[in-house]
Design a protein around this ligand. Structure first.
Ligand SMILES: Nc1nc(=O)c2c([nH]1)NC[C@@H]1CN(c3ccc(C(=O)N[C@@H](CCC(=O)O)C(=O)O)cc3)CN21
Ligand SMILES: CC(C)C(=O)C(=O)O
Ligand SMILES: [Mg+2]
Length: 303
């Protein structure tokens, strides 16, 4: 197989920062956009190493990295802490952070304050908000001040209570139309891209065709301009619920369990560490001198 010129170049040269303009080029050339979550330095390094286009510090970290029962428990300070770690590990991908639940609902001013903190303290380059018409003023204000905004429509995990769970959205003609209108309104408000979560593939493909900005799907079929997954789902590290749209491209969780149980067993069996191996030693003569020195010091003290 021949190596395409851009692949060859990327192997030799430092990768070029992914910009919003670059995302639009990818969409125009029908090259699928890759987006993946990262919650910390090592996961960000993996995203960087795989040439991921957009690195998302998703509020899914609430469940996946912090053990909360839903994303609504996450605080802005917790999100900022993870954003800083990700920004140290991923330099090339566009860095996007979810606006945590409760950090934009109180008003446009609240949204601006949150987004400014994510950019300034969290070192993020763009923010993502879940919502439809009700967030249009927020999107207009943020983009008006030059903070790029990614929309997120369809299944909105921050609203799992009012949605009665994590369910596919837009299966009726009426609801599908509402989702299309939301997408158009978000584009008009200045969003640079929109995540489409858990909606029928036909609807996602139709919305993608109607919009100028790239759509990024999760459980939305292959007709989107790009795809996003939670990294822990993609590498088989998340042991919790597996949604229908998840594919595990590796089984890291199983490997990790083998490593941890193997370590515990070896320590208990006395096979780790081995004599001489896996440790440090000093010259036998020097150790003898040490024992003698100890003896002499003890003798001086007891006299
Ligand atoms: N590990 C992880 N991956 C995610 O994708 C994710 C999170 N956590 N946490 C925050 C939200 C929650 N998400 C979810 C959670 C569950 C389903 C789910 O189970 N959906 C059903 C659909 C059932 C239906 O209506 O037909 C499924 O069976 O896939 C979907 C998205 C997506 N986000
Ligand atoms: C799954 C993506 C779209 C997300 O919002 C998250 O990880 O929080
Ligand atoms: Mg999210």
């Amino acid at each position: 197989m021949s190596v395409r010129p851009e692949e060859h170049a990327s192997a030799l040269m430092p990768r070029k920062k992914v910009t919003i303009q670059r995302l639009h080029q990818l969409r125009a050339s029908r090259t699928p956009i890759t987006m993946l979550t990262a919650y910390d330095y090592p996961s960000a390094r993996r995203a960087e190493g795989a040439d991921i286009d957009i690195c998302l510090v998703g509020d899914s970290l609430a469940q996946v990295a912090l053990g909360y029962s839903s994303t609504t428990q996450l605080t802005l300070d917790e999100m900022l802490y993870h954003c800083r770690a990700v920004s140290r590990g991923a330099k090339t991908p566009l860095l996007v952070a979810d606006m945590p639940f409760g950090t934009y609902q109180l008003g446009v001013r609240d949204a601006l304050e949150t987004a400014v903190r994510l950019v300034r303290e969290g070192q993020m380059e763009a923010v993502k908000l879940e919502g439809n018409e009700e967030i249009i003023p927020h999107v207009q204000a943020l983009t008006g001040f030059g903070i790029p905004v990614m929309g997120h429509i369809g299944l909105l995990p921050q609203r799992h209570a009012s949605l009665s769970g994590y369910k596919v959205q837009g299966r009726s003609a009426q609801h599908a139309l509402q989702i299309l209108r939301s997408a158009q309104a978000l584009q008009d408000a200045g969003a640079f891209s929109i995540v489409l979560e858990a909606i029928p593939a036909q609807l996602a493909a139709h919305i993608t065709g109607q919009l100028q900005i790239p759509t990024i799907g999760i459980g939305a079929g292959k007709g989107c301009a790009g795809q996003v997954l939670v990294q822990d789902d993609a590498i088989g590290l998340w042991a919790g619920h597996k949604a229908k749209f998840v594919r595990r491209f590796a089984e890291v969780g199983k490997e990790a369990a083998i490593g941890v149980t193997g370590y515990a067993r070896a320590v208990r069996e006395g096979t780790f560490p081995r004599d001489g191996d896996e440790g440090y030693s000093m010259e036998e003569e020097e150790f003898e001198r040490f024992l003698k020195a100890e003896e002499e010091a003890d003798a001086v003290q007891s006299s």
